[in-house]
Unconditional design. Structure first.
Length: 340
C-alpha cells in the first residue's frame, strides 16, 4: 500500500502537505517548490511523473529495479540520483534503494519499493519541522537534508556490525573450537556490499561538489561537502573492518591449528608409550611362548624346576630392562639431533 505524501514549500519558508500531485503542481505555480515523497508507490504513479514532471522513462525503470548501484544522471529537466540506506536488524543487513529527482522547482524521492517493512525516510519530516529554514531554501537544500539524514542513519548499521565483530573476537580468543567461521564470512559479505555502495555514493558527491549538477547552486555545495566527509569516513570504516575480519579469520585458523597440533602431540605420546610397551614385551612374549611351563620343564628336567623357573623369570626381567634402556637412549639421541 502506498504511503506517499506531498508538500509545498512556499516562498515565505512555510511548508504544508497537499493531497495529490496535481494539487502540489497547482500550488507550485504560486512560487516556491514542491516535494513528492513517494513511499512504496505503484508503477502507474511513477510512470505518471513522465508526463507531469518531465521525468525520463529510463529513470522510472531504474526506480523499479532494486539491483541498481548508486549513480547520478543528468537530464534536460532534472537530475536523477540513486542512493542507498542501511538498516541492521536481527544480525541481517538490509540495503534499500532511495531514488531522487532534482529539478529547479521540485524534488521527488522514491523509497520503500520491495521493502514495505522498512521506511528509510520515516523520520525526515520531524527533522524538517525542527529546522525548516535550510530545507525551505530550495530543492537542492532539501535534497541535502534528505541525503544527510540517510547518511547519518548508516552509522547505526556500522555500530551494530562493530559490536558483532567484538563479540566474534572474544569468542575466537576464548573458545575457538566452538566458534563458527561462517559468522565472519557473513560479516565480510556485508562489508563488501557496503563498500561497493559507499564507493559509488562518494562518486556522486564528488560530481555534485565540483558543480556538475545544474540544479545545485553554488551556495549549497558546502553542505554537500559535509555529506562527502561522512561517506569518506564510512568508507574507511569498511576497509578497517574488512581487515579486522581477515585478521580474525587468520587468528581463528592459527588457534585451530594449535589445538589440532596439541591433540596430535597427545596422540603421538600415547602411540610412543604403546610402542615402548610393545617393543619391551615382544621378546618376552617370544621367550614365554618357547619356554612355557611344560616346555621349559621338558628341556631342563622336571627335577630342576625349582631352579629353572626363577632363572627363566630373572632372564626375562634382564632382557626387559636392557630393551627399555636401549630405547630410552635411542630416543634421547634422536631428540638431541632434532634440537641441533
Amino acid at each position: 500500500m502506498s504511503g506517499s505524501k506531498f508538500y509545498h514549500f512556499a516562498p515565505s519558508g512555510h511548508f504544508y502537505g497537499v493531497k495529490s500531485v496535481e494539487e502540489a503542481i497547482t500550488a507550485s505555480k504560486e512560487g516556491g517548490f514542491v516535494w513528492f515523497n513517494f513511499y512504496n508507490p505503484s508503477i502507474q504513479e511513477l510512470h505518471s511523473l513522465v508526463d507531469t514532471m518531465g521525468v525520463h522513462p529510463l529513470s522510472v525503470e531504474d526506480c523499479l529495479d532494486s539491483s541498481q548501484v548508486p549513480k547520478i544522471e543528468h537530464f534536460p529537466g532534472n537530475t536523477f540520483i540513486i542512493f542507498n540506506s542501511y538498516s541492521y536488524k536481527e544480525k541481517q543487513l538490509f540495503i534499500d534503494e532511495i531514488d531522487l529527482f532534482l529539478g529547479r522547482n521540485f524534488l521527488i524521492t522514491v523509497s520503500g519499493i520491495n521493502s514495505e517493512e522498512r521506511k528509510p525516510l520515516n523520520g525526515i519530516i520531524k527533522i524538517i519541522e525542527t529546522d525548516p529554514k535550510l530545507a525551505s531554501s530550495g530543492p537542492a537544500f532539501l535534497m541535502h537534508v534528505v541525503l544527510d539524514y540517510v547518511v547519518d542513519e548508516k552509522l547505526q548499521a556500522f555500530e551494530a556490525l562493530e559490536d558483532e565483530l567484538e563479540e566474534a573476537e572474544d569468542e575466537v580468543l576464548n573458545n575457538p573450537s566452538v566458534f563458527r567461521p561462517t559468522e565472519l564470512m557473513r560479516l565480510k559479505k556485508y562489508l563488501v556490499n557496503m563498500r561497493k555502495s559507499l564507493f559509488h555514493e562518494r562518486e556522486i558527491l564528488v560530481k555534485i561538489c565540483r558543480m556538475d549538477c545544474p540544479f545545485v547552486p553554488e551556495k549549497a555545495i558546502f553542505h554537500f561537502r559535509d555529506i562527502y566527509d561522512h561517506l569518506a569516513k564510512f568508507f574507511e570504516l569498511t576497509e578497517t573492518n574488512r581487515e579486522i575480519v581477515t585478521s580474525l579469520m587468520e587468528l581463528y585458523t592459527s588457534l585451530l591449528n594449535n589445538q589440532m597440533t596439541k591433540v596430535s602431540n597427545q596422540t603421538n605420546d600415547a602411540v610412543r608409550r604403546l610402542t615402548l610397551i610393545t617393543v619391551i614385551f615382544m621378546p618376552l612374549t617370544l621367550l614365554a611362548s618357547i619356554g612355557g611351563m611344560s616346555e621349559w620343564t621338558m628341556m631342563t628336567g622336571q627335577q630342576n624346576w625349582r631352579i629353572a623357573y626363577p632363572l627363566f623369570i630373572g632372564g626375562m626381567i634382564i632382557i626387559a630392562a636392557l630393551g627399555y634402556f636401549i630405547i630410552i637412549m635411542l630416543e634421547r639421541r634422536s631428540n638431541r639431533k632434532n634440537k641441533e
